[in-house]
Design a protein around this ligand. Structure first.
Ligand SMILES: Nc1ncnc2c1ncn2[C@@H]1O[C@H](COP(=O)(O)OP(=O)(O)O)[C@@H](O)[C@H]1O
Ligand SMILES: [Mg+2]
Length: 351
């Protein structure tokens, strides 16, 4: 069990101030799900924390698949592996990944439904049909989400599930909700048949909190917290789904005491735009850097207090990785935090 010094640093100051505690790690709860849906605004660390979750789950003996949606993939750098393409590949022991291409996924799906590859190719390779399919609302999105869902139903040669957990790294287009709305749209437009039947089965799984867990990733900053509160409220309200976990990424351990914070507050000149330029001496420029850090810590504390005040979901705080961001080593550190017996955050609500 790793005990990241980050957690004791937070326990000493930040946690009590924001209404957080040291709480049992969430890995066992995450491991019970067949499907983990990672959502949140772009740049908050969805891909990074999804990779860390996959690593931690694989270590605990699960076979994990990470699915991405037709993205300029960063996962391979986050995991330190070969580039990840549109075919499922095992990139680390127990961790497979695929960058889903909607056109390919649709053709694959067609092949499953139509049974014969040549017919499927003729149908899905046809330009008119492609143009027609592009016009069906939500179909390309469904092709990606549906493929991810399909992998939860897939069986290996031994008759066991090929993957214990499928992680869906949702695209960040617009509101994080878009992807979760897709099965409902397909249910509305699809004629009775295989597509509709699958969309129904997938929707049932997504709505089943025992099988599907929604993980909302955010940052301890003003805008991301505001957007997260909106996102979670919409997931509960419009979609009538529940959020399993909040992941608060890139938290800075506080380094200044209250007195030091007050000291910086008494020197607003240090935060002026040209302060760094004007600080010729080493000491003065260190003061400028310190003042900026003090402001970040203050924003972080306020944002987290608001997040915890407005939402009651279980939460885990992940450390800021500084120089280790986007490296295997950094991802391992986050995975170790997830797998530890105790994490900084907030427990799952009882009941
Ligand atoms: N804990 C962290 N500490 C520092 N930087 C991080 C952390 N997590 C992610 N990052 C950096 O933030 C950026 C966005 O991360 P990424 O996981 O790609 O976000 P998303 O998938 O939500 O767009 C990347 O440059 C990544 O290296
Ligand atoms: Mg991403």
């Amino acid at each position: 069990m790793s005990s990241d010094p980050f957690m004791s640093q937070l326990a000493a100051g930040l946690l009590p101030e924001i209404g957080g505690v040291l709480t049992p790690g969430p890995l066992a709860e995450l491991a019970k799900r067949r499907f983990l849906f990672f959502t949140g605004k772009g740049g908050v660390g969805k891909t990074t924390t999804a990779a860390a979750t996959a690593l931690a789950l694989a270590r605990s003996g699960k076979r994990v698949l990470i699915t991405m949606c037709n993205t300029k993939e960063r996962l391979s750098s986050v995991l330190g592996t070969r580039p990840i393409g549109d075919q499922v590949m095992e990139c680390l022991p127990g961790v497979s990944a695929v960058n889903i291409h909607p056109g390919l996924a649709l053709a694959e799906y067609g092949e499953l439904v139509l049974k014969v590859k040549t017919i499927a190719n003729a149908v899905f390779g046809n330009e008119y049909i492609k143009a027609f399919l592009r016009a069906v609302p939500g179909l390309h999105e469904w092709a990606m989400l549906g493929k991810a869902w399909f992998h939860t139903t897939e069986q290996g040669p031994d008759g066991r599930n090929r993957f214990d957990v499928v992680i869906f790294d949702a695209p960040a287009t617009g509101h994080g909700l878009d992807m979760l709305r897709v099965p409902n749209i397909i249910l509305e437009v699809a004629p009775p048949g295989v597509l509709r039947r699958d969309a129904q089965r997938a929707t049932e799984m997504f709505r089943d909190a025992e099988r599907t867990g929604i993980v909302v990733v955010t940052l301890p900053e003003e805008m991301p917290v505001t957007e997260t509160v909106e996102l979670v409220t919409a997931i509960r309200g419009e979609l009538k789904m529940s959020v399993l976990q909040l992941f608060v990424n890139a938290v800075l351990p506080p380094i200044f005491s209250d007195e030091e914070q007050a000291l910086f507050a008494s020197r607003p000149d240090l935060l002026k735009l040209r302060a760094a330029e004007l600080a010729e001496q080493g000491v003065e420029s260190a003061l400028v850097a310190g003042a900026r850090r003090a402001v970040r810590e203050q924003v972080q504390r306020e944002s987290l207090r608001r997040l915890f005040g407005e939402l009651a979901e279980a939460a885990v705080l992940f450390p800021h990785l500084l120089d280790d961001a986007s490296t295997r080593r950094g991802t391992e550190r986050l995975a170790a935090v997830l797998a530890s017996a105790e994490v900084a955050g907030r427990p799952v609500k009882p009941g």
